[in-house]
Design a protein around this ligand. Sequence first.
Ligand code: NAD
Ligand code: UGA
Length: 463
Amino acid sequence: MKIKNICCIGAGYVGGPTMAVIAQKNPEIKVTVVDINEERINLWNSNNLDKLPIFEPGLDKVVSETRGKNLFFTTEIDKNIENSEMIFISVNTPTKTYGDGKGMAADLRFVELCARKIAEVAKTDKIVVEKSTLPVKTAAAIKNILDETGSGVKFEILSNPEFLAEGTAMRDLEVPDRVLIGGGQHDSGKNAIQSLVDIYSSWVPKENILTTNLWSSELSKLVSNAFLAQRISSINSISELCESTGADVDEVAKAIGMDSRIGSKFLKTSVGFGGSCFQKDILNLVYIAKSLGLNKVADYWNQVIILNNHQKERFAKNILTNLYNTVAGKKICFFGWAFKKNTNDTRESAAIYVADILLDEMANIYVYDPKVSEKQIYDDLDSLKTRDCNLNRQMLKVNNDPYEACKNSHAIGILTEWDQFTEFDWNRIYNNMNKPAFIFDGRNILDRKTMEKIGFTYKGIGK
Ligand code: NAD
Ligand code: UGA
């Protein structure tokens, strides 16, 4: 079937950029992104492209080329579901915070609501595409809901997980390593797969479009994130070993990464991985394994999370120990709050947890991040429910001038690897600080020798 109208439910970090690129590459297809969040939709429709709800390099250009032509953002969900032949579900699937599987399983209530809504309003056959990251076998549940509650129309379910990373989303979408499409192996399933293959084929080479059965596709997404996160925990575990032995973790990473069997990517040690997905997807994988009685498998993957939590705590404790075992009343400056550079996303950012530990130790924290708002930073801290919200506002301040943020501080923590941090006037920063002035480089982006020459006591990770 040739698709002429696409509806995407969920105008978030995935739905927005993904649909913008599909629309740009398929000008003959009308793509409508719908969401229940009116404020978010208004921002997507904002005339000022700086106000798009997501900061992603290059996104504004694609949106300005397509929006109002064949790309639309709206809260009119029912009408657009009905008018489309293909519907992407791209809603959030966070870790459950209640009931059975609390703290581990994926919360699928938003996905189920989408399925029920589609069943309720669909009057013609639809292809429903899982774009959200979902536990293996979710397609069976979606199909069941659609078939049982729909009005007799036919539904085909596809799994088409998204592999973009924030900060590089546009490039990842333009030149994906692969596009994965899972579907039923019966005739109508194969036809549905072909319809989606046709859409991607307008810019992705055929050999990079991989088609599989539904369960392989659903599971591959979780496994892909688990493998990526595992590499980070692996190198982070080695960073601690380096600190005790005199080896340098960046040198070790380079040495092992030059082995083409290991490869050099995703071996950058850090204060710990963040982002909305790695932890949630591994927890989900662990939960699935446990539910199937595969306890050794579950334990194996759970260790990736244990190590990541340890790395965040270790970073905070290292600050405490080096500042003579007390940070009470001392000013500590954070450069960076986002979970990685080139995004305003702070979900599960290591900065939140490091700040929380230091606030417990009665430190005063001043944060500078080029893209994250003050409101977001306080929301992140408040969401931990560790202390009174007013206390968070008293003990942590946000400053949009890095040279002011670091004034009279005892230490600087680099929490995000923003490029601009390497271009700061570090002599000026040093002069603004209390002495001895410490740098805790949670991203190893600064040159130790240069920093020491200026006068800093420099502590990198795994150095
Ligand atoms: P997000 O929170 O940024 O966006 C989800 C959107 O869905 C929100 O705007 C929300 O209002 C909307 N929504 C929720 N329920 C709805 C409903 N019933 N009807 C209409 N709209 C509804 O989430 P995201 O980061 O875009 O992630 C979406 C999915 O994609 C998740 O499963 C995630 O694991 C996966 N994923 C995310 C990334 C990433 O980099 N963020 C990458 C790959 C995959
Ligand atoms: C990750 C995956 O890379 C995407 O393929 C996937 O689609 C996405 O999750 C998802 O499912 O949401 P993302 O979390 O946006 O993308 O960003 P990454 O570049 O993977 O970084 C995640 C975290 O790991 C960041 O905190 C980053 O700083 C950290 N990281 C990354 C390291 O500490 N070291 C590295 O070598 C790489």
